[in-house]
Design a protein around this ligand. Sequence first.
Ligand code: ADP
Ligand code: TRP
Length: 322
Amino acid sequence: MKTVLSGIQPSGKIHLGNYLGATKQHIEMQKEHNCIYFIADLHALTTIRNAEAMKKNTIEIAMAYIALGLDTNKTIFFKQSEVSEHSELCWIFDCITPMPFIERAHAWKDAKAKGKKDPTVGLFNYPILQAADILLYKPDLVPVGQDQKQHIEMTRDIAQNFNNTFGETFKLPDPYIKDEVATVPGTDGQKMSKSYGNTIDIFESESVIKKQVMSIVTSSIPVEDPKDPKSCNVFKLYKLLATPEETKEMEDKYISGGYGYGDAKKELLNKILEHFKQAREKYSELESKENLVMEILNSGSTKAKVIAKEHLKEIKSKIGYL
Ligand code: ADP
Ligand code: TRP
């Protein structure tokens, strides 16, 4: 049994890319491992500057995880901002991490390359806080999407640097990235992402999901003609949810012709609604039980704090604070 840890940005209702790239693995890993998951609301302050939005996004992501099957009796699930040890350890890492090391972070480089106005110290420091989040709990595995790989590499380097400076303290965690869902395509074929407006939102109303699925970009090959499934976004998404037999069936229909993109979209829509039926029902139930969701997060914080406190004590004694 391993210790598994991951942080989830409170970005509101999750989309299919978030689910397949991250949440699904988080939920599955509960069966075999000790899991610790938190809502990364400290990181979110680099982008969200509105109390209402912070609260709403946090509660929505918590409801999504619980609705999708998070076992909150077994798994520790909490809000990052409730466990102050994350920020404390971040400062410690700040003081031993050279600036040029962090300057190579993708998110920071992107912000600069795009000429982002007044990028904040928090954005610059983002990978260090992430390293603190992770190392505080000594996990073996960190399940994330492909785009987070660099942050895990940086975390390992920061751990190694601390170990070299103050003696063996941290074990180096491994990223856990599922290859076949490394990048889920959005409705326009680019990576599915809120920032591209190309998402399929699994907890939105049926009519919104339908609109999103119908907007998937396809080629203009006529219905009668054979089509290449592998280059089609509808098929790519269907494959991620369907069984191998169902996938083969759709593949054959593409290849033999007489099967239009509209038909494939309908099948994909039905598959999405069927796949998330139970979770969507549970989600609407939770919408009227906000207090229960908050209680779950609070009890998670209490459990997380016990572990975080103990590890931070060990770290502080290595530095000479205790
Ligand atoms: P977004 O790009 O929509 O803002 P986030 O950056 O908040 O999504 O991602 C949250 C989690 O979901 C991360 O672990 C990320 O790697 C994963 N993820 C997001 N989009 C995708 C995608 N299109 N394919 C695979 N995983 C994804
Ligand atoms: N940066 C991650 C994301 O955008 C969220 C995150 C914060 C995280 N702290 C973490 C992920 C620690 C894994 C481990 O998705």
